[in-house]
Design a protein around this ligand. Structure first.
Ligand code: NAD
Length: 477
């Protein structure tokens, strides 16, 4: 079978649907037009929700072996056409072809884990005789699907973060409507093609394209939607949470992740890992390294090596195998990053390398002498900018690391097990990596944050926990 990128149509209840009103999908590298996708209206969204409501019963009736089969077939499809998927990510988004291939591999893994987890959605028997008078009762609970899920996804991982919503939803017998990021809808539509090929019954999945600000409200406020599973920025997440009403919400939001480097750290390893963590996907990465707290004793060797390694980074054409870093998602975003850096420099920050822009490209940038209270240290920069702080104690590093409204993941480099455990206990984050940067994730681990970084956890098994409800059954004998 020949694969075609049905990028010009959206996938509504199992049908590929066109519209006269369209949105341009452009390559951020040179602003060239890749294709257009339909610009859905509020009415289109209402129609999609109606299909989704019908899909709820269809999905719930799919036996587990069928869910497993569909998920494995869709994974095989992504694997077979991995090059096309990678090229789509590297065209519509910021990622280099190398980074895009990594995302495709992760997407296959996410779908296969979803297939495995489908068979492990269990209940328990309940010891009713714990209550005097209930000796003659037996019963159990099992997990039933929550119903219709609204999934809203960001631009920076346009394929795997969509798989992280669809895979668990299908594994747990739910219907799902995906609203992918306006700038990167093509990878999500290709994934819909994989499920279409895999024989997913109609109406269980829709991927609707359009502007979040125009069609988002209809989706998140609709009473038929039982869970809003959102991945994106804090401001959008907060606005959605306020509007959603009486339904479950799962919020995977941003961060400005800290890494602590203590005096006994293996410097070479710490540098390599944090440079990669800072500049992966042009720093447009929710768990990317933004703030590094380095002990005074090793500050100089760490900083010298860090700058040296950063300056070796090759920025340029995303499709070139040798390129380490591509453009930001838009020139507008690159200008915003430039403005934040310039503001920090005006406030007295020192530029160690980078700090310049060319269209949508922004050089990998290292700053120091930044106040922990500066905007660039407290907010999420979401660009290729990292700040190095000199600290004299672990307590000082922990205090600064926690001194923000985010808490997704953090890293610490040390050989001292006491200090590692002390840090694990004190950092306000959803995950800690010892002797690694914050930028580490596998698709089967719990992933999510505290404070402004979100509510709930993803990572297939953990997403499923949010997508089911226990139903209690009791027999009086
Ligand atoms: P964004 O918040 O601008 O957009 C996310 C999605 O929300 C898009 O699909 C957008 O169209 C939609 N949207 C916008 N307004 C809406 C509305 N009013 N109603 C409903 N939907 C609406 O985020 P972005 O710029 O695409 O992504 C970057 C952000 O995502 C960063 O903050 C990053 O840290 C975060 N992120 C978090 C995780 C995580 O797992 N924690 C992963 C990746 C990205």
């Amino acid at each position: 079978m020949m694969i075609t990128t049905k990028g010009k149509k959206m996938y509504i209840g199992g049908k590929w649907v066109d519209k006269d009103e369209t949105i341009d999908v452009r390559d951020p590298q040179d602003n060239s037009l890749i294709t257009t996708v339909p610009s859905a209206s509020k009415e289109d969204m209402l129609n999609t929700i109606k299909m989704g409501e019908e899909g709820v019963a269809i999905a719930a009736k799919m036996p587990v072996h069928e869910r497993i089969s569909v998920l494995n077939k869709s994974a095989n499809y992504v694997e077979k056409y991995a090059d096309l998927f990678a090229n789509t990510i590297a065209s519509e988004g910021s990622k280099t072809i190398k980074e895009a291939r990594g995302e495709v591999t992760r997407c296959i893994e996410t779908l296969r884990i979803s297939a495995e987890e489908a068979r492990r959605i269990n209940g328990e028997t309940i010891p009713f005789d714990q209550m005097p008078g209930s000796e003659n009762r037996v019963g159990y609970y099992y997990q039933f699907p929550i119903g219709l899920i609204a999934a809203i996804t960001p631009f920076n991982d346009p394929l795997n973060l969509v798989a992280h919503k669809i895979g668990p939803a299908i594994a747990s017998g739910n219907a799902i409507i995906v609203k992918p990021a306006t700038m990167t809808p093509l990878s999500a539509l290709l994934l819909a093609e994989a499920f279409d090929y895999a024989g997913l019954p109609n109406k269980v999945l829709s991927v609707i394209t359009g502007k979040g600000s125009e069609i988002g409200d209809v989706l998140v406020t609709h009473p038929a939607v039982r869970l809003v599973s959102f991945t994106g920025g804090l401001d959008t997440g907060e606005a959605i949470a306020k509007k959603a009403g009486l339904k479950k919400i799962s919020m995977e939001l941003g961060s400005n992740s800290p890494v602590i480097v203590l005096r006994d750290a293996q410097i070479e390893e710490a540098v390599n890992s944090t440079v990669s963590g800072a500049f992966w996907a042009v720093g447009q990465n929710c768990l990317g390294v933004q703030r590094i707290f380095i002990h005074d004793d090793v500050y100089e060797p760490f900083t010298n090596k860090f700058v040296q390694r950063t300056e070796q980074y090759k920025t340029g054409n995303k499709k070139d195998e040798r390129t380490d870093m591509g453009p930001l998602i838009s020139e507008r975003e690159a200008i915003r990053v430039e403005e934040w850096v310039n503001e920090a420099l005006e406030e007295g920050a020192e530029l160690l390398t980078g700090g310049y822009r060319d269209g949508a490209f922004y050089a990998p940038t290292v700053l120091t002498n930044v106040s922990p209270n500066a905007k660039i240290a407290k907010e999420e920069i979401f660009g290729p900018v990292v700040i190095l702080f000199k600290v004299t104690t672990l307590d000082e590093a922990i205090e600064y690391a926690n001194h923000v409204n985010y808490g997704l993941q953090a890293g610490i480099f040390t050989q001292n097990i006491q200090q590692a455990f002390s840090t694990i206990g004190q950092l306000e984050v959803g995950g800690i990596l010892v002797n690694d940067s914050s930028d580490y994730r596998i698709d089967g681990m719990p992933f999510g944050g505290v404070k402004g970084s979100g509510i709930g956890r993803e990572g297939v098994k953990f997403s499923i926990q949010n997508m089911v409800e226990p139903k209690m059954v009791q027999f009086k004998l």
